[in-house]
Design a protein around this ligand. Structure first.
Ligand SMILES: *[C@@H]1O[C@H](CO)[C@@H](O)[C@H](O)[C@H]1NC(C)=O
Ligand SMILES: *[C@@H]1O[C@H](CO)[C@@H](O)[C@H](O)[C@H]1NC(C)=O
Ligand SMILES: *[C@@H]1O[C@H](CO)[C@@H](O)[C@H](O)[C@H]1NC(C)=O
Length: 607
């Protein structure tokens, strides 16, 4: 079947997993039929849509594939499709169930009704118990209880910090590490001024025959309800897992996860222990067509972040006798300097975005020929690497942002009255830190960039608690000290380091291969496809935003941010904006994905 042919022609020989088996031995399947978050696809999508390619695409991609060099087989190795073996009959019958209109109608109700329960979280929320705005989550819990009776009857539910939910589905073998599936109950608020622009009201859950509309239909109720639907449907068949499955649903992911995932993490660690989970799958990117090939990009890494506050203070006074530069004028020059000195960005060979473009070079038929040649050669040639990087960064600034440490000046404040000199002015720069860098390196960069201006304005310069330029050192000129420049971590909150990268190759990558095989099986079964044009390629990806998993590092090294959300088509999911919507076809595919993943991980040899 498709996977077999692809594996033979394009892919490196994969270490086969002890169990479950690849569908290569289940010919019955070969003839059956067939989205922080979405930025990789978005970033690369820009690449695809950009009109300025200097190269023409290959006219005969198949010649490229069949005539490909040996070296190609070592680039972007692919795991084969995986289906459960022991419970194959259940998997197959569920597959048929998911194809029916009756199931589709059920799935529409599940997601649509979930969207109708507003669960917005806000940046300004106070602790649980003090802020009444959290109470709307009771209604969501009541909905879950009504919609998923078997999950509530058979799994053990623990509520953490009132609104966090952990469901434990005991496996028969307590010696196996549990699979942890995560999602979040909250959604971003709807901007009041945009409500009229929604085709259907944001909490209507309207179904138009193709799409379920509304805030959260994609982010992340499709994940949460997708998981619940898969478990409920598995329970209906009488399925009993061997390996324990744990579901963990935070309730403030969109505002940092402080009250939700952070407290869930402690309870999850208390329940099973540190490093005691086989793998975690939380929300994240999905799949879509890029350069003529469907590509799925589970996030194996997540960027770090830090908010740097830049504060200038100078003596106040009456504005009729002003100095040449006020605090605001000085701050303005500092900010111009910041923007004029962005972080240097290079595509590092071991970084996930590099792996993504390698996968495209090895598997995507419509990648421009020159770019493909440079990417393929970049494994050993620095010149080719720089050339590829140049084309990628020029054509897709979003891709460049994904690779490097970014900076965005997002908040500014200063001055109180038109006739008073501002004693203070400050701004906050939001940085998203490259997986190749760190909080410390980011802070050093900012500190250095502003150093000469601190001297120029005779400011005493303190950065992150350390003295950088001190006018006391100036001896006789100390009297010229004019004011202070202070850099600090804004809001009293420390930075977040980039997440440790989840293993995606070598002996330690069995969870990655299990996930890959499950993605492929889901994609192909959902379409009943045969033939290598339809086969999806799986590549390690990166999460540009953060997820609840930033609190879950202690639980396992195998963390994936992946939601099987379709990122191309006539209507994009519109995450975080007007007209968020999820197609019912994609939603059923998401349920199929979680079902396949649960069953495959259950039978795997992961200890
Ligand atoms: C699951 O297993 C644990 C540990 O053996 C046990 O304490 C708990 O009661 C079980 N829960 C259910 C719902 O069977
Ligand atoms: C600068 O900082 C020093 C030490 O905290 C303080 O004494 C001084 O008043 C500050 N200068 C201005 C202009 O705010
Ligand atoms: C800073 O101090 C120098 C002397 O060290 C002086 O010449 C200069 O005018 C001062 N600059 C400002 C902006 O006050």
């Amino acid at each position: 079947m498709a996977a077999k042919e692809t594996a033979g022609i394009l892919n490196a020989p994969t270490k086969s997993l002890p169990a479950p088996v690849s569908t290569q031995s289940h010919s019955s399947c070969s003839t059956t039929r067939a989205i922080g978050l979405f930025a990789i696809a978005g970033a690369l999508g820009l690449l695809v849509n950009h009109a300025c390619w200097h190269d023409t695409p290959l006219t005969h991609p198949r010649n490229f594939h069949h005539g490909g060099t040996e070296a190609l087989t070592n680039i972007c190795p692919q795991a084969p499709e995986l289906i459960p073996q022991r419970n194959f009959d259940i998997w197959e019958s569920l597959g048929a169930t998911y194809d029916t209109d009756a199931f589709k109608a059920k799935a529409v109700n599940w997601l649509s009704e979930a969207v109708q329960v507003p669960t917005e979280s806000y940046d300004s929320l106070g602790p649980v118990g003090t802020d009444p705005r959290w109470e709307k989550f009771y209604a969501f819990h009541a909905y879950l209880q009504k919609a998923f009776p078997l999950v509530h009857a058979e799994l053990e539910l623990t509520k953490v910090n009132t609104y966090g939910l952990i469901f434990v589905w005991n496996g028969s073998n307590e010696g196996l590490k549990p699979l942890l599936l995560a999602a979040h109950q909250d959604v971003v608020p709807v901007e009041p001024t945009t409500i009229d622009r929604w085709t259907h009201p944001p909490f209507s859950g309207h179904f138009d025959g193709t799409y379920i509309w509304g805030r959260g239909s994609c982010d992340d109720k499709s994940g949460l309800i997708g998981i619940m639907s898969a478990v409920e449907t598995l329970l209906e068949t009488g399925y009993k897992p061997t390996r324990t499955v744990v579901l963990a649903f935070g309730f403030d992911e969109e505002s940092g996860g402080i009250y939700g995932a952070q407290t869930l993490a402690a309870e999850l660690e208390r329940m099973f222990g540190r490093n005691a989970y086989a793998m975690i799958v939380d929300e994240g990117s999905g799949y879509g067509e890029i350069f003529g090939r469907n590509l799925a990009m589970p996030g194996v890494a997540e960027k770090g972040s830090v908010n740097v506050r830049i504060e200038v203070s100078t003596p106040g006074g009456h504005s009729s006798l002003p100095p040449t530069h006020t605090s605001i004028g000085i701050l303005a020059e500092l900010l111009v300097r910041i923007e004029a000195n962005p972080f240097r960005v290079h595509l590092a060979r071991n970084s996930p975005p590099y792996r993504t473009v390698q996968c495209l070079a090895a598997h995507a038929p419509n990648m421009p020929d020159g770019l493909r040649r440079n990417i393929l050669a970049s494994g050993y040639s620095d010149k080719a690497l720089r050339a590829a990087e140049d084309v990628l960064f020029t054509n897709s600034p979003a891709f460049k942002s994904l690779v490097g440490t970014t900076q965005a000046i997002d908040v500014i404040q200063g001055g109180v009255k038109v006739n008073a000199l501002p004693e203070q002015a400050w701004a906050v720069v939001n940085h998203r830190i490259s997986t190749e860098s760190s909080v410390a390196e980011t802070e050093v960069h900012d500190t250095e960039v502003l150093k000469s201006l601190a001297s120029k304005f005779n400011l005493t310069y303190t950065a992150f608690g350390k003295n950088v330029v001190d006018h006391d050192d100036r001896g006789a000129y100390a009297f010229l000290a004019y004011g202070n420049l202070t850099l600090s971590e804004a809001f009293g909150k420390g930075g977040l380091e980039p997440a440790p990268t989840t293993p995606f190759e070598g002996d330690d990558a069995m969870p990655y291969r299990l996930l890959s095989g499950s993605i492929k099986m889901t994609f192909n079964r959902h379409r009943n496809v045969e033939g290598d044009d339809d086969v999806i390629v799986v590549s390690p990806g990166i999460m540009p935003g953060n997820t609840d998993t930033k609190y879950y590092w202690n639980l396992t090294p195998h963390i994936f941010r992946y939601g099987h959300i379709r990122t191309t088509g006539t209507l994009l999911p519109n995450v975080h904006t007007v007209d968020e919507a999820m197609s019912i076809d994609n939603f059923v595919e998401i349920i199929r994905f979680f079902t396949t993943l649960i069953m495959n991980v259950d039978e795997s040899a992961l200890s």
